[in-house]
Design a protein around this ligand. Structure first.
Ligand SMILES: Cc1cc2nc3c(=O)[nH]c(=O)nc-3n(C[C@H](O)[C@H](O)[C@H](O)COP(=O)(O)O)c2cc1C
Length: 370
C-alpha cells in the first residue's frame, strides 16, 4: 500500500505517521531551526487542549496521550536535526470495525479507501483517515507556535458555530485567550457556548451528529509572507486546512460574502495609525495577492457533522454486493468541532512557520537564548 501524501512543507517539513488503532501516532519535523527551547511539556500543554473537559460531548475513547520527544533536542533546545515526537495508542478497541469492514460508513473514507487499497487498508478505527491522526498536527503545531511566538506572531482558533447556534460576539484577542478553553465547545462567547453544548447533546440523543465552523486569527504577521504564484499564503493555508479530516469549506476575511459586495465596500482603505500603514477594514482577511498584508490573518473552516452516527442509514455489503442498513457502533465524537479547534490552530501555525522560513523572516539558527 502506498499512502503517498504523508509530508507537507518546503522548509518546515512535517511527516505524520501512525494509525488510529496502530501502536502510536506521531510526527517528524524536519527544518525546525536550532536554538528553540523545547520540552515535552511544551507539546503536552497543546495536546491537552484536544480533549474538552465534558466527556459527554466527545468520543468515549480517552487516551492519556503522554507526549514523548525521541530526537532533535539537546539540553532543552532544538538542535536543527529532525524532531520526532509521538504518543502511544493504548485505548484501542477494534472489534466493532471487524463487523463493519464490508459495510462502508456513509460519509466516512471507508469506501474509497477500500477500493484504492483493497485488503491492505487498515480500517480499524478509520486507520489513517481517523481524526486521531490530527494529534500529529497538534504536536507539530506546538513547535510551530512556540517558534512564531519568538517573532511576536500569535495564532488563535475558536469555535464560532455549532449546529445552528452562532456566536454573537466578535471577540477581542483578550477574550479569545481568556474564554476559549474555559468552555467545553471552545467558543469565547460563553453564553452561546452553553447553547452549542445543548445542540451537541440533542443530536447525540437522537443518534445523530452536528457540524460547525472554526475561526482562526493570526496577529502580527509581517508584511510580505507568501510565495506567489503557486505557493500563495492563502492557497497553502487552505490546502493544509482541507487536509484536516471533515473540513469542507475554507474562507478568508469576507469570504463568500465578498461576492455580494461592491468594490467600494469590499476594498480595505489604507490609513496611517501611530506611524504604521493599516487598513480600516479587513475584508481581505490579512492576505492580498498571496502575500500577508500586515493585518491579522482571518480564516474560517467549516467542519461537517461527524459521519459515524448510530441512526440507521443505507449502505452496501461489499462482500455480497447487496444493499443493507448500518447503525455505526464504536466510540465517536457527536461533534468534531471542539476537538478540531487546536488542530485548525496548529495547521495554520505550521504553514506560517514554513513560509516565514522561506521568506527569511525566521533564521535557521536562533541566536541568544542559551
Ligand atoms: C479531531 C477529529 C475527530 C474526528 N472524530 C471522528 C469520529 O469520532 N467519528 C467519525 O466518523 N469521524 C470523525 N472525524 C472525521 C473523519 O475522520 C472524516 O470525516 C473522514 O476521514 C472522511 O474525511 P472527510 O470528511 O474529510 O471527507 C474526526 C475528524 C477530526 C478532525
Amino acid at each position: 500500500m502506498l499512502l503517498d501524501g504523508n509530508s507537507v512543507g518546503k522548509k518546515f517539513v512535517i511527516t505524520c505517521f501512525g494509525e488510529s488503532h496502530g501502536r502510536c501516532v506521531g510526527v517528524v519535523i524536519d527544518g525546525c531551526p536550532a536554538g528553540l527551547s523545547l520540552s515535552e511539556q511544551d507539546i503536552q500543554k497543546e495536546m491537552d487542549k484536544r480533549i474538552p473537559p465534558k466527556p459527554e460531548i466527545v468520543s468515549a475513547r480517552r487516551e492519556k496521550d503522554i507526549v514523548e520527544i525521541l530526537s532533535g533536542t539537546f539540553d532543552g533546545f532544538t538542535t536543527g536535526a529532525p524532531i520526532c515526537t509521538l504518543v502511544w495508542n493504548r485505548e484501542v478497541i477494534s472489534g466493532e470495525y471487524d463487523l463493519m469492514k464490508d459495510t462502508p460508513r456513509p460519509g466516512h473514507a471507508d469506501y474509497p479507501a477500500r477500493i484504492r487499497y483493497g485488503s491492505f487498508n487498515d480500517y480499524r478505527g478509520g486507520g489513517r483517515f481517523s481524526g486521531r491522526i490530527t494529534v500529529a498536527f497538534v504536536m507539530a503545531g506546538a513547535v510551530a507556535k512556540k517558534l512564531l511566538g519568538l517573532f511576536g506572531v500569535e495564532v488563535l482558533a475558536y469555535t464560532i458555530e455549532i449546529g445552528k447556534v452562532k456566536a454573537q460576539i466578535m471577540p477581542t484577542f483578550e477574550e479569545i485567550r481568556k474564554n476559549t478553553y474555559e468552555t467545553a465547545v471552545r467558543c469565547p462567547d460563553m453564553k452561546c457556548a452553553k447553547e452549542m453544548e445543548e445542540a451537541i447533546l440533542k443530536a447525540k440523543k437522537e443518534g445523530d451528529s452536528v457540524g460547525g465552523i472554526v475561526e482562526c486569527i493570526v496577529s502580527k504577521v509581517p508584511v510580505g509572507v507568501g510565495e506567489p504564484l503557486f505557493d500563495s499564503l492563502d492557497a497553502d493555508i487552505a490546502k493544509m486546512l482541507f487536509d484536516v479530516p471533515a473540513v469542507k469549506g475554507v474562507e478568508f476575511g469576507a469570504g463568500f460574502k465578498a461576492a455580494r459586495l461592491k468594490g467600494s465596500e469590499n476594498n480595505d482603505p489604507y490609513v496611517i495609525q501611530n506611524g504604521k500603514i493599516v487598513t480600516l477594514t479587513n475584508n481581505a482577511g490579512g492576505i492580498l495577492g498571496g502575500l500577508s498584508s500586515g493585518m491579522p490573518i482571518l480564516v474560517r473552516a467549516t467542519m461537517k457533522p461527524t459521519p459515524s452516527i448510530s441512526k440507521e442509514q443505507e449502505t452496501v455489503d461489499l462482500s455480497k454486493m447487496e444493499e443493507t442498513l448500518i447503525r455505526v457502533k464504536g466510540r465517536h465524537d457527536p461533534c468534531i468541532v471542539p476537538k478540531a479547534v487546536p488542530v485548525i490552530e496548529s495547521a495554520v501555525a505550521i504553514v506560517l512557520v514554513d513560509h516565514m522560513l522561506r521568506a527569511g523572516f525566521i533564521p535557521k539558527v536562533l541566536g541568544g537564548q542559551k
